[in-house]
Every structure is written in C-alpha cells, then in structure tokens.
Write a protein that binds this ligand. Structure first.
Ligand SMILES: *Cc1c(COP(=O)(O)O)cnc(C)c1O
Length: 463
C-alpha cells in the first residue's frame, strides 16, 4: 500500500488540483497534499486504513478539505450567547455602528495622525483625544496607549522605577490573562511594598509604609473580586492627603473605569473617573474596551506634570496606540459628550442597561420567528436567568435576563453545545441545569438567522 501512494508531482497534475491552484496559493496546495500523504502513510503503518482511502477521489476529497480548513480565516465572527457582555475571550466591547465610516476612512486613506495641519509640521497622535478626555473627566492632561496593562506599566516605569510603591494587600489583583499587579510592578522596575492586610487597610498602614524610598501610592480597583465582611479601605481622599503632604504621586488603576454614572441603571458602587479626578488622584488609568465600550486601549488622565514625564518615556513608543484604535476611541469619546448619545449607541452600555421587559418582548418575537423556521422536534422556550458584565468588572452585579432554552430529544446539552460551537459561524451558549441556553442580552439582531441555521443542522446525523 505504501508503494501505491501517488507522488506529489503526479497529484499536482490532476485536473481538479490544477483547478485548486487557481483558487488557492500553489505553496498551500503542495503543503496540503504533503500533509494528506503523510497522514496516509502513518495510517497505513498503523494499519488503521482501508484500501479505498487510496483511491483518487478519496484522496482528492481530503486534500480539498485540508485546503479549505488551512485557508479559512482564523479570527472570525462568533455569536455571543453567553450573556457575558464584556467577554475578554470574545473581544470585549463592540464598537458603535455610528463610527463605522470614520473607521473605514482612516483605514483606507491617509490622515493627519502625527501632522499638525495648522503649523504644517510634525504633530502628536495623542492630540486627537487629549482635549476630549480632559473635557469628559475634568483632568488637566491625558494620554492613551495600547491597553490598560501598558498604561500601568508606563506610569510605574516613569514615576517609580527603583522606588517603592505602596499597595494595599487587599488590592493585589490578578486579572485573567496573566495581568498581575506584583508582576507588572517587577517588570517596571518599581518595588512593591504591601501595606495593611487582605481585608483591612487603614491610613496608618500607609503612613507607616512611606519613607524617602517611596515613589508612589497606588490604589488598584479590585475589578473581578470583592472582599466582603469585616473590611476597611482607605478613602481616596485620605490617600490623596498622605501623598500630597509628602509630595508622592497617588495613582489609581481603575481597570474598567466609567465615564457616566451607572447607578441610574441599578449598577452601584462604581464611581466615575471624574469623581476620582475631583478627589485629587494624580494619575488614573483605565481600559478603553471595558465599561467605556470603545476599542482596546489604555487611558491615562491626571496631572499635567506627571503626564508630561510619561510622554517623554521612550517606553511610550513601544506601547503606542494604532491609528484605527485611535479613531475608534476618538469617536467613542465624542459620543460621551452627550450621555444620551452614548447610552443609545454604544453596544456595551446598551447591553448592560437592557431592561428585562425589553429583552422579554424581543425574546417573544424571536421565538415566533424561530418556531416558524424550525422543526417541532427542536423545542425552544424562554427562561429567566442572570447575565454578567464580565471583563473583570462588576463581579457582584447580576443582571436579570431572558434566556432562549433549546432542547432536542436524543441530543444532550453537551453535544448540542459542541455542535453549535462548531457551526461555520460558531454559536456560543451555556449549559445550566441540563439545558442549553442562549442569553438574549448579548445576542445581536444579525445573529438570529445564524442561530436558526445552526439549530437546523442539529437534526442532521452526527458526522
Ligand atoms: C482589566 C484591568 C487591567 C488590564 O486592562 P487591559 O485593558 O485588559 O490591559 C488592569 N488593571 C485592572 C484593575 C483591571 O481591571
């Protein structure tokens, strides 16, 4: 059988393969043929093969399948039915549709990215968002980088290299995906000095910790966890006073950071960036793609004297923001100039503030449409549940939601989850109490036909 395996050159002369070479790059075709032949060889040696696998059409089928999978896009659209609005693994925030044209214009044309049109000379890419950020937060100055992890690194490296940074023991956060305060601190050259205990930290702890070696007082938003029970935190104002009295910069890594007051929507305990600025924090860092609902970015706002130092750090060049991100951020921030515009257009804010009654009526319309399209063997219904904000934000907030529950006799929820996930546009749901569920909060209108098409494949025999 080994001797009967056709040679690569011979296969390349098959008419179907010649045709494939006009669709796919030739090197890719050759790689696919080699890979199929290699598998064949090991199947023959392992005696896991039938002679029929060696016939031309079977071989051809395998090569074409290999080619298709090798040339399919790797990063692709999925349906988020998990109900986790800021799902870090699914790309966190979706951008507002209103900024689509500006994004395309910047992508496909030249721009004044680093050109001062008034003076006719080199300008700064940061100038496009700094005034907006100052206006929205009340800060003196602002800077943007690639993400919030980069913002924290830049600030620590500029202001506290070789010096001690005081952080409460209860705030030594690890964000999923290996962002850990102690690690980032080490990387920046700053020296972490823990103060207080896990559940209680008092002003006296900071006072005891400060010395001539102190380069910064850092407050870190606990983001994805909460310490509850017998707890004490140092008030921002007290921290500011301790820093001010000793001329030590006080920084807050807010993680998510919101520009508007979310308590209007029942999301409490999240002060706005402006409140931290007003409290006198010298430097504040937060993400562009968490509660803000913009692109991946790290935003720094605060006192001009510190931001001027950050702007001179050569590290900034390595962490700089890309022009597409920048235009997406500029336009997202522009929406915040009118809160109503922000709430009406930014998907993250819309999803977080969805009213459960609105979800219910949307769900009913969806059910009607689906029942028409699907065989009765696929049983769908609406259930109550809770969604999460995600993205390491608001860990204690449970948002009441409506779930589409799907059941098919003979297919277990696990099997269903797997098959929906492997659909050509992957559909990601969750399993609770032995039911397969899609959370309507994060399902977009354009996802509905995809879900129907994916469900229709469930009745097909497993391949
Ligand atoms: C999310 C988060 C980060 C990291 O932000 P990215 O934008 O993901 O880099 C840093 N610190 C805190 C407290 C966070 O919540």
């Amino acid at each position: 059988m080994l001797k009967n395996i056709p040679k690569v050159d011979k296969i390349l002369n098959w008419p179907e393969i010649k045709a494939a070479c006009s669709v796919y790059p030739r090197p890719l075709v050759i790689t696919a043929i080699r890979s199929v032949l290699a598998s064949l060889r090991s199947e023959i040696i392992g005696r896991t093969i039938t002679p029929a696998s060696l016939d031309g059409s079977a071989l051809l089928g395998r090569v074409i399948a290999e080619l298709q999978s090798a040339s399919a896009p790797s990063l692709k659209r999925v349906v988020n039915g998990t109900g986790v609005v800021l799902h870090t693994n699914l790309g966190r925030s979706l951008l507002s549709e209103t900024i689509r044209d500006r994004l395309l214009e910047t992508a496909f044309g030249y721009s004044n990215l680093e050109f001062d049109l008034e003076k006719g000379e080199r300008g700064s890419r940061y100038s496009h968002v700094e005034p907006l950020l100052c206006r929205l937060t009340g800060a003196e100055a602002a800077l943007v980088v690639n993400n919030n992890a980069a913002a924290v690194l830049l600030a620590l490296s500029t202001l506290a290299k070789g010096k001690e940074v005081l952080v409460s023991r209860g705030e030594l956060v690890e964000i999923g995906g290996s962002f850990r305060i102690p690690d980032i601190m080490r990387q920046s050259g700053a020296i972490l000095k823990e103060v207080g205990t896990t559940n209680r930290t008092h002003p006296a702890d900071y006072l005891e910790g400060v010395s001539t070696d102190t380069g910064m007082l850092l407050k870190v938003h606990t983001s994805n966890y909460a310490v509850v029970g017998f707890t004490a935190q140092v008030m921002v104002e007290e921290l500011v006073k301790i820093g001010r009295d000793r001329a030590i910069p006080v920084m807050a890594d807010l993680g998510s950071g919101n520009l508007i007051d979310l308590s209007l929507f029942g999301i409490t305990g999240e002060p706005t960036i402006r409140e931290f600025v007003d409290a006198g924090i010298d430097l504040i860092t937060f993400s562009g793609d968490k509660l803000l609902g913009g692109p991946q970015a790290g935003i720094l706002v605060g006192r001009k004297k510190y931001l001027d130092l950050l702007k001179k750090n050569p590290l900034l060049r390595a962490l700089r923001i890309d022009k597409l991100t920048l235009v997406a951020l500029e336009e997202t921030l522009r929406l915040y100039l009118d809160e109503r515009q922000a709430l009406a257009n930014i998907p993250t804010l819309k999803m977080l503030t969805y009213d459960v009654a609105a979800l219910y009526s949307r769900g009913k319309t969806m059910l009607r449409r689906m029942r028409k399209a699907l065989p009765t063997a696929i049983v769908i219904s609406l259930k109550d549940g809770f969604s999460q904000a995600g993205g390491g934000t608001l860990p204690l907030v449970e948002l009441p939601t409506k779930l589409l529950s799907v059941a098919v006799t003979g297919i277990s929820p696990d099997e269903m989850e797997k098959r929906m996930r492997n659909f050509k546009v992957p559909v990601l749901g969750r399993i609770r109490q032995d039911a397969y569920l899609l959370d309507l909060r994060t399902v977009l209108d354009q996802d509905i036909p995809v879900i129907i098409a994916a469900l229709l494949t469930l009745k097909l025999p497993i391949q």
